[in-house]
Design a protein. Structure first.
Length: 366
């Protein structure tokens, strides 16, 4: 029985949520931004709607440059509200589970799903289910999404990319080679600029050309694991499964400081909201952690970290705060570089329920 794998991508998600919430944004360029707080326009664009993209604004662009490109176009510049978008995403993912055999969220705005068992490998049935999913999301959240259906995660993801915005691309097994062959190699999942450059040196620019490359040569150039993946992905035969309920391995938050500084106290004070966010994620996932890490990113773009590991899992807010403050002290004493960004990470996660936490002893109830 052929596998039936899907990939769903919520179109320009953050900006689309804002458009739904405020109908006056319809037809206007919308950019959702992460403001650093240094100046009125410091920070970057997180998401741009398609109208904004028509004028050259896109994600990752400095806000000031995006404003310049949208000057005179009646743009809406909106501060990112992660909590709001996360709530919408959770509702959508919860709703998706009733349509599919297995669901694997891949981010706040995308997910893989498996329909093999429920369709019996029938792509006509899969097409009807995918259309029902799209209609359900539009009916409940008024959001459009792009969906790809294929015999592997790689094919499904390329399909949803092709379907943007708001479309559905179904690639049955017998149509897979003709779909993949003309695709530029840099569009394949996991193929970045460095890999693209090496493949170009080998005369490989399309997925079709990659599919004909000798496996031994790919393994020699990229190592056995990645070489094998490139060979399988280029034919649509990669066997990566859709895995439900993937456990988080860490929670973190990094902020851009309001001004560059060498003062660890100044950096740490701006992480208060980030630390509360991490604690809320731990609580909602019913997780404890064993390691807390302070992260410093400097003006020369280098990164330094300091970590503390507890013998027994901990889960309370005070422990994160106190440990992070001490670690930032250590970080400040280890270098004279100037901080640009700062962050905190907790890792070594385990289930909280039914365990005795060290935090009970560190901060006893009064």
């Amino acid at each position: 029985m052929p596998r039936v794998i899907g990939h769903l991508d919520l179109d320009y998600f953050y900006a689309q949520v804002e458009e739904v919430e405020d109908p006056t944004l319809s037809g206007r360029p919308v950019i959702v931004c992460v403001f650093s707080g240094r100046t009125e326009d410091s920070g970057v664009v997180s998401t741009a709607n398609y109208r904004a993209r028509e004028f050259g604004a896109h994600s990752g662009m400095p806000i000031a440059l995006a404003r310049k490109k949208l000057e005179g176009k009646d743009p809406a510049v909106i501060r990112m509200d992660h909590q709001k978008y996360e709530g919408v995403s959770t509702r959508i993912m919860d709703g998706l589970e009733r349509w599919v055999d297995t669901l694997e969220p891949a981010g706040i705005d995308e997910a893989y799903f498996d329909l093999t068992a429920s369709t019996g490998g029938d792509y006509a049935i899969a097409t009807r289910i995918a259309n029902s999913i799209k209609e359900s999301i539009f009916k409940t959240e008024h959001l459009t999404c792009s969906v790809g259906i294929g015999r592997s995660k790689v094919v499904a993801k390329l399909g949803s990319d092709t379907a943007k915005p708001g479309g559905l691309k179904v690639i049955p097994p017998d149509a897979t080679p003709s779909f993949l062959d003309p695709v530029p190699v840099e569009k394949l999942y996991g193929v970045g600029p460095k890999t693209t450059s090496v493949l170009e040196e080998m005369g490989i620019r399309t997925v079709g050309q990659l599919s004909k490359a000798p496996l031994a040569e790919l393994e020699r150039r990229f190592g056995k694991k990645f070489g094998d993946f490139l060979s399988a992905a280029s034919t649509g035969n990669d066997s990566d499964s859709v895995v439900a309920n993937l456990e988080p391995t860490q929670f973190s938050r990094i902020v851009t400081l309001k001004r560059d500084t060498t003062d660890p106290h100044e950096a740490f004070e701006q992480l208060a909201g980030g630390i509360e966010y991490i604690h809320s994620k731990l609580a909602s996932a019913a997780k404890s952690f064993r390691t807390v890490t302070a992260i410093g990113i400097y003006t020369d773009l280098s990164t330094k970290t300091k970590s503390k590991t507890f013998e027994t899992p901990v889960d309370d807010l005070d422990t994160i705060r106190e440990s992070s403050a001490a670690l930032f002290e250590e970080l400040g004493g280890s270098t004279d570089k100037v901080l640009r960004r700062a962050g905190v990470r907790v890792s070594g996660l385990s289930d909280t329920e039914g365990q005795t936490s060290l935090s009970e002893f560190l901060h006893p109830v009064k």
